[in-house]
Ligand binder design. Sequence first.
Ligand code: CTP
Length: 401
Amino acid sequence: MVYQKNILLCVSGGIAAYKACALTSKLTQKGANVKVIMTENAMGFVSPLTFQALSRNPVYTDTFDEKDPEKIAHIDLADWADFVIIAPATANVIGKLANGMADDMLTTTILATEATVYIAPAMNVHMYAHPAVTKNMKQLEEWGYHFIEPGAGYLACGYVGKGRLEEPETIINVIQEHQKVDTFLEGKKLLVSAGPTREKVDPVRFFTNRSSGKMGFAIAEVAAELGARVTLVTGPTNQQVSDSHIKRVDIESADDMYNAMHEFFHENDIVIKAAAVADYRPKMVFDHKMKKQDGIWQLEMERTKDILHSLGQEKKHQFLVGFAAETKNPIEYGMNKLQKKNLDAIVINNVAQEGAGFGVDTNIVTYINKDGNEKGFARATKKEVARKLLYSIYQDMKDDQ
Ligand code: CTP
């Protein structure tokens, strides 16, 4: 999986820098194209010439040492990389990245890259356990960086504990496993609904809700990245899909969504209902704008169809996933919905929590499958949450086979 990949290895200044030499050597032996960035402190431990000889590529140490006038080196490297490994990552580098600092070749390149970044920390056991380091790592994890946890053992500072850079072979295995997982939805067809619905009162008024569509769009985009053929049925939102392979179907009302979901249901393998569907709509839709009158206006509302429930009744081979937006007793109410709607899994969203639910870019959810197995996902970007949910769905589908 690292074969013919462009791998940018960033080495920061810790004694474990010597292990990055073995990592470079192993990666190139496996057919990867490796380029190395070193911080100034890293050069105190190992010479750039060592990495140049092992990678057979120039080593980058200074943001302003622009060798090719046609290019800006850190941007060029950031775009070149299929993925990036920071090994060893010192507490200092982790702190800088968690705070958006960019004062050398390593940090400027990391800020500029859109590639997956793996961080393999190495430091003293007490430094690793310090709340500042824990907080910085959590922040980076929320932004989508992947940590390769240090091993426990004898540390160069004399302590025995957690903080030792993971062995090069293990780092490669972890990355290969993660890269493999990256196309686990290849060959699957996925249908996802997103956003709110609008229930018309008259030509100028409607009932709607606070859903932004962000979670459903994140699921659609990540599923497409993971290899699935995606159909996205969405209510009115400001969201755009960046992947032109996603088939987007725009609808307005709960009834429109019902029709669209049923139209595509049969041809899909995974169906996720992330939309916030109106439960009620005005019983009568007025053809003309209602004029205001004295006194109270009482509007009669009727129930919309429960789309998810109807899909649960029709389900054959599909893996059906619902969302439950709750403000109290989330697990209990969520489990009820899973059973009542005949779902394979439910994603429970406590919308009362800060950093979760409507409008925000992050989410905190609990995934529960029909066997009652529960997985809690800490606050993370909706894309990262989508990736974790899709991986859980994939694992449950595998177990069902
Ligand atoms: N849902 C649906 N059709 C509806 C209402 C809800 O398909 N008419 C789906 C939502 O897309 C979501 C799940 O059902 O996946 C749960 O939605 P939620 O609003 O949390 O729950 P309700 O079923 O509406 O129940 P309640 O109002 O009692 O919370």
